[in-house]
Ligand binder design. Structure first.
Ligand SMILES: Cc1ncc(COP(=O)(O)O)c(C=O)c1O
Length: 487
């Protein structure tokens, strides 16, 4: 089975006892997809809870429907925006889900919950005795440390030393231990090495939740992010033949899985995988350092369904940094106003983190590549928001000089209006196979996966289809666990 659901009854009892002591019940996938299923008393109690509070009730805010409020919010429609054409420069519509309104401000909290919850309810993680290890290039360890704190278990966050100061500062307030590994965004191998080291040192005292290989991460996005997009489609009444694509960068490959769900419903859509041009692993087996925090690198994640990916979209990190300034500096806003961007759209610019900007650029490239028309729609994801990166503004001013009206016009013209179809690669059968084959070096040679399973990922048509079948099983386990907690 791709997700370990083998039960260890003794540890389940211990975990349930821990949850009873702390008053913790766990949301199911069904509730994360449709918060109207959440019991009324939980909704009532959430009225007094802030979005970032370390309060276990916030587990029930792990969904795309949170009312956009810092505190006391209930549930509403899916949080999404339509990015105006004055910004995208495309004929096609670009719609983006907004991750800012997840607890602790990142969509990644969903993937971490999905990795932790099945382990907790099957007893494959002992919340009393073991530490949860969250290896990450960014927000995964943030979400992991946060969820561990909600559940009252100890955590270790592992992330590269060059990540933004905001990340480290906040992590200090929730994570039990923080380990900074050498390098930046693209140094995933160093993170894996640290995990092996920890495994040797601490063995049974830790459980490593590895987002790059855990299908729970895939499943969360397939189910929860995928369903949220389908809900947006329904709410706007978009016709099936106008749904053209889904573009999302790959860090762990989790977010990309929402595209698999969309393609199951709309088989004609294109799925585009974004990456940084400065580290063009998918585009040309390349390597390098880059500044799009959270998207990952120099390897193909185990959970990336490469055979279902139609395009690679390599995004220049300088474009992302320039647009981040345009979206966050006063002169940037003034310029955008002057070209007709509405106030409400300017207010929405706070919803874009750096990788969210990269995702928007991927969607723009896709729309331009396929010469999409006025009613055509491409979906993408704003994974976190601008607040995660404000320290970058001062750094960029120091490196590039002040941001003024001239700079704003330059960035708008070059990085947005003239964003081209360069470094966009439509994948043929053997392009996909080339990318899939790269998994061998990371996963079979280094990380202990089998050659047979690698081949199954490519040749066995049922391999990926098995995953959504597990959702109901996991929900049953969570419900049974909650019953134990409440009994
Ligand atoms: C800011 C940010 N953007 C994008 C991603 C990539 O998402 P995924 O890991 O689901 O591919 C991450 C992952 O941690 C992230 O932190």
């Amino acid at each position: 089975m791709l997700i370990n659901l083998k039960k260890k009854p003794q540890i389940i009892r211990k975990n349930a006892e821990r949850c009873r002591e702390k008053g913790i019940v766990l949301p199911t996938f069904a509730e994360m997809k449709d918060p109207s299923l959440i019991p009324q008393d939980i909704k009532d109690r959430l009225r007094n809870v802030g979005l970032w509070d370390v309060n276990p009730l916030n587990l029930y805010r792990i969904n795309w429907h949170n009312e956009p409020k810092e505190s006391g919010g209930g549930y509403g429609p899916v949080n999404f925006i339509e990015i105006p054409r004055e910004i995208t420069g495309t004929k096609a519509r670009i719609l983006a889900l907004a991750g800012k309104w997840f607890p602790c401000g990142v969509h990644k909290v969903g993937a971490t919950y999905a990795c932790l919850a099945p382990a907790l309810v099957t007893g494959n993680f002992d919340a009393v005795e073991q530490q949860a290890v969250w290896p990450s290039t960014g927000n995964y360890c943030r979400g992991g440390a946060y969820n561990s704190a909600l559940l009252g278990c100890k955590s270790i966050a592992i992330l590269p030393e060059d990540m933004s100061q905001e990340r480290f500062n906040w992590l200090k307030t929730v994570a039990g231990e923080i380990i900074a590994t050498p390098g930046c965004e693209s140094n995933v191998k160093e993170i894996f090495d640290k995990c092996h080291e920890l495994d040797e040192e601490r063995g049974a005292h830790i459980v490593i939740f590895n987002q790059f290989e855990q299908f729970e991460n895939y499943l969360w996005h397939y189910e929860v992010t995928g369903s949220a997009i389908l809900e947006v489609i329904r709410s706007l009444g978009i016709k099936a033949d106008r749904i053209k694509g889904y573009a999302s960068s790959t860090g762990s490959g989790g977010t990309l899985a929402a595209g698999d769900h969309l393609k199951d419903v709309y088989p004609g859509i294109k799925i585009g995988a974004g990456e940084a041009l400065q580290c063009p692993t998918l585009l040309r087996n390349g390597f390098g350092a880059h500044r799009i925090e959270g998207i990952g690198d120099k390897h193909v994640p185990w959970i990336h369904n490469v055979r279902n990916t139609d395009m690679v979209l390599s995004i220049d990190d300088q474009d992302c940094m320039d647009i981040y300034r345009l979206f966050n500096e006063k002169d940037g806003h003034d310029y955008l106003r002057s070209i007709g961007v509405k106030e409400e759209d300017i207010a929405n610019l706070q919803l874009f983190g750096i990788s969210g900007i990269g995702n928007m650029l991927s969607a723009i490239k896709m729309a331009k590549y396929y010469e999409l028309e006025e009613d055509d729609v491409v979906f993408t994801i704003l994974t976190d928001s601008s607040v995660m990166y404000t320290s970058r503004l001062a750094e960029l001013t120091e490196q590039q000089g002040p941001f003024n009206a001239t700079e704003a016009a330059k960035v708008h013209a070059s990085a947005l209006m003239h964003q081209g179809i360069d470094n966009a690669l439509e994948l043929g059968y053997y392009d996909r196979l080339r990318i899939h084959n790269l998994k061998y070096y990371t996963w079979v040679e280094q990380q202990g996966k089998t050659y047979e399973e690698l081949n199954r990922q490519w040749y066995d048509r049922d391999y990926w289809k098995e995953l959504p079948k597990l959702t109901k099983k996991i929900d049953k386990l969570i419900t049974a666990f909650n019953t134990m907690v409440l009994s």
